[in-house]
Write a protein that binds this ligand. Structure first.
Ligand SMILES: [Zn+2]
Length: 318
């Protein structure tokens, strides 16, 4: 069964379409995304029972077997939503449409909601994007690269002062390194470390041993040679290992920098991991239609992965 956002009609989805569909259809869309295996009909999130009473006026359900009361968003990241279903759907569309990310302030203006509501919602959507990456394994040819965020102080003009600034940035402890691993023709996976050299354990966890890794000349990557076929490029000389390049990893960082400079102005600190994940998701899905993107984010947010486990439950019980 295909829910609305994955149907061909929604290949591209406009805000106009969202607001034209109205609250009932938006609600139905969320039911379809929450319970795709049951044709959008409610399933008890506590015991998996498909026999439920609908309390239609309040859009609530009560389980026949265990008497648990729930709604379409119970147990999902939208559980304490303050928005209408139409606004929530619109928020998802605005969010996926923002190639450079979307600022909470912008979203709060677009939807006429409180800044705090928009702030929490955008972070929940990032969390949903991040969730799709859990346990990701990369193989084949994997490009790896790192870039530093945060801990900036104002650049000085004199060269010796610049050097000093880098030292100070180091000392603040706020400087973090985003490392991206990107499979050629496949998915990417970012993570946060203090220095590139700290990345090896993460690489070990997520990159197969038969992988060929492409890395630049940074000494932090030297340790990769011990575990993988590793090819190096050297940006400062005219030759490198044959065919080695990290262009895909670099385009990831140019998107993350565009998000920083163009939208958020400051992405370091506790949310760096969330923004790094968002940039990865956007890179990986950059050729996907926005309707399908909205569907992917919404499905992940509605915890469809858990629902698929319940599908097995029904088959066993059925
Ligand atoms: Zn139940």
């Amino acid at each position: 069964m295909q829910h609305f956002l994955l149907s061909s009609k929604a290949r591209s989805i406009s805000l106009k379409a969202v607001f034209t569909m109205g609250e009932d259809k938006a609600y139905k869309t969320f039911c379809d995304m929450r319970w795709p295996e049951n044709d959008g009909e409610a399933v008890c999130p506590r015991c998996g029972c498909v026999e439920v009473y609908g309390i239609a006026t309040r859009r609530k359900f009560k389980c026949v077997a265990c008497h648990h009361q729930f709604s379409v968003t119970s147990g999902t990241i939208f559980a304490s939503r303050k928005m209408s279903f139409t606004d929530l759907l619109a928020a998802i569309v605005i969010f996926v449409n923002g190639a450079k990310g979307i600022a909470a302030l912008q979203l709060s203006r677009d939807l006429d909601c409180q800044y705090k509501t928009a702030f929490v919602l955008t972070h929940k959507l990032r969390e949903a994007m991040r969730r799709e990456m859990a346990g990701r394994q990369l193989d084949g040819i994997v490009e790896i690269d790192g870039a530093y965020f945060g801990g900036y102080s104002k650049p000085e003009n004199r060269k010796e002062d610049r050097k000093d600034r880098r030292l100070k940035a180091n000392l603040t402890g706020k400087r973090q390194c985003v490392v991206i691993m990107r499979e050629r023709g496949g998915k990417s996976l970012p993570f946060i470390v203090r220095n590139e050299g700290d990345a090896v354990p993460f690489v070990r966890d997520h990159v197969g041993t038969l992988t060929t890794i492409m890395a630049d000349e940074g000494t932090g990557w030297d340790a990769l040679h011990a575990g993988w076929d590793t090819r190096r490029i050297n940006h400062s000389v005219a030759f490198s290992d044959e065919g080695a390049c990290t262009n895909q990893a670099e385009s990831y960082f140019s998107r993350l920098r565009r998000m920083e400079v163009g939208t958020h102005h400051h992405i370091a600190g506790p949310y760096l991991n969330a923004y790094a994940g968002e940039a990865s998701w956007r890179e990986d899905n950059r050729r996907t239609d926005n309707g399908a993107q909205a569907g992917m984010v919404a499905m992940a947010a509605m915890g469809s992965r858990v629902s698929r486990q319940w599908k097995g439950y029904w088959q066993r019980a059925g």
